[in-house]
Design a protein around this ligand. Structure first.
Ligand SMILES: Nc1nc2c(ncn2[C@@H]2O[C@H](COP(=O)(O)OP(=O)(O)O)[C@@H](O)[C@H]2O)c(=O)[nH]1
Ligand SMILES: [Mg+2]
Length: 217
C-alpha cells in the first residue's frame, strides 16, 4: 500500500515547485490534480546496495498529488474531492517576495494557512452532521452505534472550538472508529512556508500579527 500525500495551498504558493522537487516530475500547465511518485531516501538501502551490488534497487515510495490551487470564496467541493482520500496533507503557504509572481490577497502565510484550515474544518462539520444524523437514527437497532455516537460527539466538541480533529485525544478503540471516517482535519498536516533566500537568511517573513495561538511555520 502506497502512502498518498496531497500538496495543497493557494495558487502561486510554490506547490508545483515542491512537487517537482519531491518527484522529479515535470508539471504541465493544466489545472488538474497530478500524481507522481517520490522515492523515499533510505541510507539502509544505500548501504545494502554497496554491499551486494544488486541489479535492481527499489526504494519505498510515496504518491504525491499536486492539487490545483484553492482561493477563498471559491467553491471548495472540487478542491476537497482531490484530497478526500490522501493519507496526509502538505500545505504550502507563500512568504517569498517577487515582482513577477502575482500574489493573492498579499503575502500573509498565516492568513493563508488559516483560511484553508477553516475550509477543512467546514468540510468536517458537514460530514459530521450527516454522520450524526445517521447514527442517531441507527441507535435503536445497531449496538455499535452508541460507541460511534460518543466518538462523534467528541469530534463535535472539538470542531465547535474551531480545533482540527487531530488535536482530539482518543483511546485506541475510539481512534479505530474515527479512522473509518475521512475527516480532513484528522489527516496529518505539514505546513511548508515558502521563503525566499533573503527571508531565509534574516529569518524574517510576515508572521501572525496577533498573539493568540501560534504560527505553524
Ligand atoms: N522568487 C521565488 N519564486 C518562486 C519561489 N517558489 C516558487 N516560485 C515561483 O513562483 C511561481 C509559482 O510557483 P508554483 O510552484 O508553480 O506555484 P503553485 O501555483 O502553487 O503550483 C513559479 O514561477 C515559481 O518558479 C520562491 O521561493 N521564490
Ligand atoms: Mg501548480
Amino acid at each position: 500500500l502506497t502512502l498518498k500525500i496531497g500538496i495543497i495551498g493557494r495558487p502561486q504558493a510554490g506547490k508545483s515547485t515542491l512537487f517537482q522537487l519531491l518527484t522529479n516530475h515535470q508539471v504541465g500547465s493544466g489545472n488538474k490534480a497530478q500524481v507522481a511518485v517520490g522515492k523515499i531516501p533510505d541510507p539502509r538501502i544505500d548501504a545494502l546496495t554497496k554491499l551486494h551490488n544488486p541489479r535492481k534497487v527499489t526504494y519505498a515510495t510515496i504518491d504525491f498529488w499536486d492539487v490545483p490551487g484553492f482561493l477563498p470564496g471559491q467553491n471548495a467541493a472540487g478542491f476537497l474531492e482531490s484530497v478526500r482520500d490522501v493519507d496526509a496533507l502538505v500545505l504550502v503557504v507563500r512568504a517569498f517576495e517577487s515582482d513577477i509572481v502575482p500574489s493573492y490577497n498579499g503575502l500573509q502565510p498565516y492568513g493563508d494557512f488559516n483560511d484553508i484550515q477553516q475550509e477543512l474544518l467546514v468540510a468536517d462539520w458537514s460530514l459530521l452532521e450527516t454522520r450524526l444524523e445517521r447514527i442517531v437514527k441507527q441507535r435503536a437497532k445497531n449496538p455499535q452505534a452508541l460507541g460511534e455516537l460518543s466518538v462523534l460527539e467528541k469530534c463535535q466538541a472539538t470542531l465547535e472550538q474551531d480545533l482540527p480533529l487531530r488535536e482530539l485525544k482518543l483511546d485506541e478503540d475510539e481512534e479505530k472508529v474515527l479512522r473509518t471516517y475521512d475527516f480532513m482535519t484528522k489527516k496529518p498536516l505539514i505546513v511548508v512556508v515558502n521563503l525566499d533566500e533573503e527571508q531565509m537568511r534574516t529569518d524574517s517573513y510576515p508572521r501572525k500579527s496577533s498573539s493568540k495561538g501560534s504560527c505553524p511555520g
